[in-house]
Structures are given as C-alpha cells and as structure tokens.
Design a protein around this ligand. Structure first.
Ligand code: ATR
Length: 286
C-alpha cells in the first residue's frame, strides 16, 4: 500500500481534451498499487492550441512520461526529438517519454493494443491469413493500418465515406493497400480476415454506421475501436451473424500495458482485472 505522495513520487499521466472521462488514471493507478511503487498517474488537459508549450515545459524529467489521446496525437509526434518506429509508421504518438537529458521520445503502443486485443478476444487470429478491412480514414485508421501491415496482413483495405481520404491514407501507408468508398464496403468484405471500425460514427450521438456485414466470411473477426458503449451497434450486428467480436475496451487496456512498463520500468500485473475495474467505472459514469 502506498504511503502517500512524497517528494520522491514518480509522476506520469495522460493528456487529452476532453480528459475527465479517461479510464487511463484508473488503470495505471491500479497497477501502481499492485506493484507497490512510489508513483502516481494523473490527467492533464491543456488548451488545445497550447500542447507544444505544455510538453516543452516538461522536458528534463519534470514528469516521467505521458500517454497522449485526442486531439494531441499528431502534436505529440511533432514535439519529440526521437521517434520510435511504431509512432513514425502510425504518423502519431500515444506515448511521450521525458528523458533525463532533456529530450523527448515519442512512441505508439496503439498497434500493440490492437493486436493484443485481437489475440485476447479472438484466440488464434492471425493477421497474415487474409486481407484486413479498416472502416474510416482518420488517425485511428492510419495507426491500425500501419500495425496490421507490420504484423503481416497481406492487404489492407481502407473503406471510407469520403473516398479521397481513403486514397490519401492508402498512399501514406507503406504496404499493400486499397481504397474503397463506403458504398462499396461489401466488395471490400469478401474474403476479409478482420474488419475494424475506426469511424467516429455514432460516438457523438449522430448517425450510427450501417454497413451490412453479411458479406464477410463466417470466420472473419469484427472489431470496434469504440468502447462507449462496449457493445456498439456495429459489434451487435456482427454478433447477430455469429462472427467473433473484439471490443475497444480490450484495446485500451492492452495499449496501456507497454506504456506502464515504459513509465515505471516494471510490468503491469497480469493478476489484476483492470478490464473489470473499467467496466465498473463505466457503469457508474455512463
Ligand atoms: P480519428 O482521427 O479519431 O480517427 P477523424 O479524423 O475525425 O478521427 O475521422 C473520423 C472518421 O470517421 C472518418 O473516416 C470519417 O469519415 P469521413 O472521412 O468521410 O469524414 C468517419 N465518419 C464519421 N462519421 C461517419 C458517419 N456517420 N458515417 C461514416 N463514416 C463516418
């Protein structure tokens, strides 16, 4: 049990806007308590036009590091002196480490989170066995495409409402990619190994994504990056067809594991059910 915050307490955190509903402090502080280390994980929300000044002020080990969420993931990449390969490939960072020499290292653990969630909730899933379909062409889609190409997906099909954005993303990612308009989603689904929804459709209460998943093979894995709600209409339609499904909460938890290790130099305890903690928190604050 931690004795309270002292002058020696190591600080890490998450930065985003908005941030008050972030589950990351819950996850990391639970692991901190399990590891019995003198550390704390807090949330920051600087003005959206002041990210650079905020991050610059933390140089030299003022705090150990930050997870970065919307809308700062590209800003985080741009402020860094050293960029690890996963962040370079994703074109965005979800992890900043403030080195003692004053430099900043950017990394991205979202790809590990994505692959970890697939491995956990769709045991035996192998990205090398067939094309991956990504719905959406924003930052989350780019990260997913980069991670899947690196993991050996033979083809990544980007399906987006605005075809031009899908084409831009397909060209930006180094690998075998194809762009499709949302109206041609069904042709992208044929022989798909995995379909991942990265769109923001439905998140802000607007129109939900309506794509018929019947054209996917029975063995296809269907994943949604959204976790509010946990069972999205997209995952519910996949489940109704009998497809295996993977949710966004698992990805959130899985991307946090390597972040914790990078901040505190010790492993996140596998004996703590942080997913259950998150589900309980989500029930308290829907
Ligand atoms: P992020 O960086 O978080 O991925 P983003 O850049 O805002 O977010 O991208 C959101 C994605 O959701 C886009 O691909 C967007 O499609 P457009 O490029 O056509 O705008 C997609 N999206 C949002 N609302 C949608 C809807 N109602 N139907 C289909 N796609 C939608």
């Amino acid at each position: 049990m931690r004795q309270g915050i002292t002058g020696a307490t190591v600080v890490a955190g998450v930065v985003g806007s908005p941030i008050t509903h972030s589950l990351s402090p819950l996850i990391h502080n639970a692991w901190i308590e399990m590891a019995q280390i003198d550390a704390v994980y807090v949330a920051f929300s600087p003005p959206t036009d002041a990210f650079r000044a905020f991050a610059e002020g933390l140089r030299g080990g003022v705090i150990r590091g930050l997870n970065v969420t919307l809308p700062f993931k590209v800003d985080a990449l741009n402020v860094a002196d050293h960029v690890a390969e996963p962040a370079a490939q994703a074109g965005a960072a979800n992890l900043l480490i403030f080195n003692p020499d004053g430099s900043i290292t950017a990394d991205n653990t979202d790809g590990l989170g994505l692959l970890g969630a697939l491995a956990a909730q769709a045991p035996g899933f192998d990205p090398r066995l067939g094309p991956a379909v990504i719905l959406g062409a924003g930052g989350a889609a780019r990260g997913a495409a980069a991670a899947l190409i690196t993991a050996g997906s033979p083809e990544v099909r980007i399906v987006n409402r605005t075809l031009e954005r899908a084409e831009t993303l397909a060209n930006a990612v180094d690998g075998n990619t194809r762009a499709f308009p949302l109206s041609a989603a069904v042709s992208a689904f044929v022989d798909a190994n995995v379909v991942i929804n990265t769109t923001s459709a439905g998140i802000t209460g607007g129109e939900v994504l309506k794509v018929p998943l019947d054209a996917t093979p029975a063995c296809a894995v269907i994943m949604d990056m959204t976790y509010k709600p946990l069972l999205t209409p997209f995952l519910a339609s996949a489940g109704a067809l009998g497809r295996r499904t993977v949710d966004g909460l698992e990805m959130l938890v899985r991307q946090a594991i390597p972040s914790f290790e990078a901040f505190f130099g010790c492993a996140a305890s596998p004996n703590l059910d942080v997913r259950a903690l998150c589900l309980a928190a989500m029930e308290r604050t829907p």
